[in-house]
Design a protein around this ligand. Structure first.
Ligand code: ADP
Ligand code: MG
Length: 565
């Protein structure tokens, strides 16, 4: 690797800034990306207590020169970028020179490394943000980074970490994506000394996918060329099965959570329900990866080509069974993450590794996944049903919980809309643009900056002004024009204040009105998805109007009330 250098200010000030390390999984992601950038062929991630106690990433990559170890820990020091023009052609996963420095700020870090060709290597240790040791040492070629006591000096941050299993699950999702994207690299994930999964690095993508996706259905693959981009699409049909499949998207080898791809996949999935792994390749200058600190969002120069490539992929894969029509009224709960947060791929594994297949054949254990990853968090609840009054009844480890579906759905929608407005502002492209009435077009023109800022997109065409995109505001689909009219009304009536604030509050009110009713019959999948989404909310216990979303009957209370204590 080239030498590590401090970036000049005019370069680092152009790099999307923000927090890189917000939880153990993000530390794992940054460190694994460093190993991949260093050309590693074997990467082992070891987590203790979900990474809250310790994270160790070991690789056999090119290593760091002894003298450069202190530099690697500095902010804005990197071997991957030197000039502004390099930002146009980023091919490495990292380039900001921030990950190690951010880790040093929030944890104790130890790096052991030996550079390719060097006789000996070195160790560097930090505590409380300062280097405490830097000595030569014998070590294997490659790098081992150990991060201990993450956020120990920041109790407020620590409190927000999920349970060990939750943190492990998040880290495992990243590792799984890398395993799919880089079948030529062998990945191992260990938790508290137990191997959670490993890949053999044989380079066979189908083999990796066939172990991650459910057994049975055939995995198809097709390559598409659309304008400036190439799409390698892997697909496993789940025809007839409701709910969203597993979607993984990679752009030039980087896992992304991108709204253009998301909405293109949503359109494609309406015709072909299934699991998708999408690998887009295009000139680095045609995609901007420098818009999000975690580098998971990108901006395409020609977003239409993303749609075109997926459209062609669906055509050549053929449409087996149509997806069941999504009910329009009343609004339903889609089992999805709040928009603007998380990644495009569904969190958690949708596959349980059972070596004894129906044919009696025991497949090679390329990936081993023990079901302990996820279920601790996700299976702790059992949906019992909906009572005649409309309340949902759940059986949990703590007791019985009654949920008001309307209040709960209101809370979930409210937080989605809020987080979308505050963070990524996801955009929903309209497949069929709406031509605006001339009066409406004039009004839209008047408030164009605020509307554009919140995700509306317009285009002047010979037939009039077209509405091409609207803000994506959670699971509820509004008529695009109704959303525009309501937003305009709010902007007209509120002369002062932050327009983005005004708008998301308006949408939140609309979403409340469109939330499922107490009388809506809820399916089991919807009920479970509502439960998990509610639990992910910042304030799960009350609806935006302050009414309770749930009532808990604790086991202890039940015992008492039945006179068993
Ligand atoms: P970035 O990856 O954006 O350059 P980091 O803070 O993650 O910033 O890393 C700083 C530098 O340390 C990298 O540019 C690289 O030169 C070096 N480095 C970090 N991890 C490794 C590793 N596992 N193997 C080799 N070099 C590494
Ligand atoms: Mg890095």
């Amino acid at each position: 690797m080239p030498a590590i250098k401090a970036l000049p200010e005019n370069v680092w000030s152009r790099i999307a800034a923000g927090e890189v390390v917000e939880r153990p999984a993000s530390a794992v992601k940054e460190l694994v990306e460093n190993s991949l950038d260093a050309g590693a062929k074997r990467i082992t991630a070891r987590l203790n207590d979900g990474g809250r106690l310790r994270i160790t990433i070991e690789d056999d990559g090119s290593g760091i020169a002894f003298e450069e170890l202190p530099l690697a820990l500095m902010y804005h020091a990197t071997s991957k970028l030197a000039e502004i023009s390099d930002l146009e052609s980023i091919l490495t996963l990292g380039y900001r020179g921030e990950a190690l420095a951010s880790l040093v700020a929030v944890a104790d870090v130890e790096i052991r490394s030996r550079q390719e060709g060097d006789e000996s290597g070195g160790i560097i240790r930090t505590h409380d943000g300062r280097i405490t040791e830097h000595v030569r040492a014998n070590c294997a070629q490659g790098t081992r980074v150990q991060v201990s006591n993450l956020f120990s000096g920041l109790p407020a941050r620590r409190k927000f970490l999920k349970s060990a299993s939750g943190e492990l699950r998040r880290a495992a999702v990243f590792l799984r994506e890398y395993a799919v994207c880089r079948p030529d690299v062998s990945f191992t994930l260990e938790h508290d000394g137990k191997v959670i999964f490993s890949t053999d690095g044989s380079g066979d993508k189908r083999r990796v996918l066939s172990r991650i996706w459910p057994e049975g259905a055939e995995i198809q693959t097709v390559k598409i060329q659309a304008g400036h981009l190439e799409l390698e699409c892997w697909f496993q049909s789940r025809a007839g099965i409701s709910g969203r499949g597993d979607v993984m998207a990679f752009v030039n080898g980087r896992a992304v959570n991108d709204s253009v791809i998301k909405s293109a996949v949503a359109t494609a999935a309406r015709e072909l329900a299934g699991n998708w792994a999408l690998f887009f390749t295009l000139e680095p200058s045609l995609v901007d990866v420098n818009i999000h600190p975690a580098k998971s969002e990108v901006r395409f120069r020609y977003p239409d080509e993303i749609y075109a490539s997926l459209h062609n992929a669906v055509k050549s894969l053929g449409s087996p069974m149509p997806m069941p029509e999504a009910p329009k009224e009343p609004a339903r709960i889609h089992p999805s993450k709040p928009s603007g947060s998380g990644r495009i791929s569904r969190p958690g594994w949708n596959f349980r590794d059972n070596p004894a297949t129906s044919t009696g054949h025991i497949p090679p254990r390329q990936i081993e996944i023990f079901p302990a990853i996820e279920p601790e968090e996700r299976e702790a609840v059992n949906f019992m049903g909906q009572n005649s009054g409309g309340y949902l009844v759940y059986d949990t480890a703590e007791g019985i919980t009654l949920v008001d579906p309307h209040a709960a759905h209101e809370r979930v929608n409210y937080e989605r809309i809020k987080s979308n407005a505050e963070t990524s502002r996801n955009v929903q492209k309209l497949l069929v643009p709406v031509i605006l009435h001339p009066t409406l077009a004039l009004e839209a023109h008047e408030f164009e900056p605020a509307l554009k800022d919140s995700g509306f997109e317009f285009a002047d065409t010979p037939s009039g002004v077209e509405l091409r995109a609207v803000p994506s505001i959670g699971s509820i689909e509004f008529e695009p024009e109704a959303l525009l009219r309501a937003s305009l009304r709010a902007l007209k009536n509120n002369h002062d204040g932050d327009t983005r604030n005004i708008l998301w509050r308006t949408w939140a009110t609309m979403a409340c009105k469109a939330s499922v009713k107490l009388t809506t019959r809820i399916t089991r999948d919807e009920a479970l998805s509502l439960w998990h989404e509610l639990k992910e909310c910042e304030q799960p216990y009350v609806c935006p109007h302050g009414r309770p979303t749930m009532i808990e009957l604790k086991n202890e209370d039940l015992l008492k009330r039945f006179g068993r204590e």
